[in-house]
Design a protein around this ligand. Sequence first.
Ligand code: COA
Length: 252
Amino acid sequence: MEPVHTWTEDGLCWIEIHRPEKLNALDRATLAALARAVREGSAREGVRVLLLTGAGEQAFAAGADIAEMAVQDAAGIRALMDLGKETTRLLESAPQPAIAVVNGYALGGGCELALACDLVLASDRAQFGLPEVDLGVLPGWGGTQRLERRVGYGRARQMVLTGRRIPAPLALEWGLCEALVPAESLRDEAAKLARELAAKDPGALAAAMRALHAASALPLEEGLRLETELFVELFQRPEREAAVERFLQKRR
Ligand code: COA
């Protein structure tokens, strides 16, 4: 059985972590298949949005596979951290928006995958958490770096130091997700959001995501310079001229 299922319809590329009997825990094979799926999906002609979700009703992903992790030596664990970092970077740097569709537990590496997506849509049954300290380690797929950028100093410390699980309503309040929907309609709502994004100018979206990511990676002056460069580049394209013309036509 393939540990990651993918399908593409109308420009939406769905990537489903498929190991429901283990709450979609990410062993090396699953993580490698996920990295491959994100790389291939984001490079595929016509793909406008990536949607990442988990199989079954319980979990998005319950983190790295603890049993597999337990038997690693230092080199093995470093390779697993590198692979997790590569996967989150692929999601973050994809030219299309990536939406995490969180259908249940998003714990440890599962939470870190969601943090690497541009938008997070969660079911009212979702729970987010970084419980690694309870296993004697720390989040290793970017959680210590991306969480604070998303939810701020104190909330990041509360999550990482206590390992507590954050239920859906609190996750929404904290900004771990942008919206909550009933579990039954999660995929429909995610597809609706994705179609809204898919209808937009992909060049403008890709540039906007580059600039948004730069906000946490570059000093302000450099980020502002990049924003201007991207604006001027976008401005010179025929797509921009056509979009402005459409706007003006409606008002004539
Ligand atoms: N790694 C490996 N296996 C995992 C797993 C993980 N991260 N999370 C869940 N599983 C497996 C369980 O071992 C169990 O397998 P089994 O039936 O073969 O024994 C199956 O998934 C179901 O999990 P179970 O614990 O029985 O479900 P639950 O509903 O009682 O509890 C959780 C759900 C999510 C609270 C619990 O599974 C959990 O705490 N998982 C670990 C979360 C974690 O610490 N993640 C960070 C890893 S670094």
